[in-house]
Design a protein around this ligand. Structure first.
Ligand SMILES: Nc1ncnc2c1ncn2[C@@H]1O[C@H](COP(=O)(O)OP(=O)(O)OP(=O)(O)O)[C@@H](O)[C@H]1O
Ligand SMILES: N[C@@H](CCO)C(=O)O
Length: 299
């Protein structure tokens, strides 16, 4: 009996001005263990996973089926055991990780031999933007963009920083959070906003994290319109800055927020911020550098 397992990291999209194009993989994981059997079965082992009634309603099954259909293949039945450390609808890329898992499930079961770019293309079509899926797929900090239906991406070398996330107990669906955004920007605003994003990326590459943090907090594409949807948006930024954070922004579509902080300070700043936000889940996370991982086992 063939068995394989796959793991997909969480992700934080945008990092301020990199709206819909910058994503960072984080070390919280969605994991699937897959065994061939006669009938489909999904077994869930985490309270973070959404409930479902029938296997055909399962989001990951639906993505896998769609992927197989696109390649004129049908999925063989399996038992899929799922575990997750990624909270739903909090801005940590839960849906992107599920999309990547579904595509890889079909890739393995139907031996589609999809390349990373094939998977990214499919995942972006499903998610609507490449930022989270690119990071979950290849790991690290990834800049990606779709032009003329073609996706290009670039992984930024390792950053010499710690990451702290602040996860509130409330959900915010991406769909709702996107509705707060304007449909158009004036040329003047778009020019300044993309200049801020360019400068943020350049300073991250150079290791000038003070300047990167300043640019993170000057986003004009989405943060000003979402601020009212995010609990403690303004005071959380201020407090993190006082404790030494370089910059604090909305993670993805929110409501989680994320700080870039000096290397070695993640643990201390997390503890300090916990006294300010006792009801939040606050923790230092690491950047995941692997992205999607698949392990084959022969039983
Ligand atoms: N492991 C999963 N299994 C099945 N469905 C999932 C899974 N993860 C996410 N989903 C679906 O995706 C929805 C959350 O997606 P949404 O885009 O709103 O938030 P997010 O991906 O967690 O945050 P963001 O896109 O801002 O990073 C869930 O409510 C659920 O319907
Ligand atoms: N770039 C996306 C990430 C969440 O899916 C957004 O901000 O809406």
């Amino acid at each position: 009996m063939n068995m394989f397992s796959l793991s997909v990291p969480a992700s934080s999209a945008n990092i301020g001005p990199g709206f819909d194009s910058v994503g960072m993989a984080l070390n919280r994981y969605l994991t699937l263990q897959v065994t061939r059997q006669e009938k489909w079965e999904f077994a869930q082992h985490s309270h973070l996973l959404p409930s479902f009634t029938d296997y055909e309603d399962h989001f990951i099954y639906q993505i896998a089926k769609q992927t197989a259909n696109w390649h004129q293949k049908s999925l063989p039945a399996c038992k899929v055991s799922i575990d997750s450390e990624i909270p739903l609808a909090r801005g940590l890329g839960s849906s992107a990780s599920a999309v990547i898992a579904g595509i890889e499930l079909a890739n393995q079961l139907c031996t589609l031999s999809l390349s990373s770019l094939d998977k990214l293309q499919l995942a972006t079509e499903i998610e609507g933007h490449p930022d989270n899926v690119a990071a979950s797929l290849v790991g690290g900090l990834v800049i990606s963009v779709e032009t003329d239906n073609v996706i290009d991406y670039c992984q930024v070398p390792d950053l010499d920083i710690d990451i702290v996330v602040y996860i509130p107990a409330v959900e915010l669906k991406t769909e709702k959070s996107r509705k707060a955004l304007p449909a158009y920007f004036s040329r003047k605003d778009a020019t300044i906003a993309s200049g801020i994003s360019n400068l943020m990326i350049a300073s991250l590459l150079k290791g000038d994290y003070e300047l990167a943090g300043k640019m993170m907090e000057h986003d004009l594409f989405h943060e000003p319109y979402r601020a009212d949807l995010i609990p403690h948006y303004h005071d959380l930024k201020q407090e993190a800055k006082q404790f030494g954070a370089y910059g604090t922004v909305i993670s993805g579509a929110g409501p989680t927020m994320i700080s870039f902080v000096p290397k070695g300070k993640g643990g201390t700043i997390s503890k300090q911020m916990k006294t300010f936000l006792p009801h939040y889940q606050i923790e230092p996370l690491d950047i995941d550098h692997n992205g999607l991982r698949v392990e084959q086992e022969i039983i």
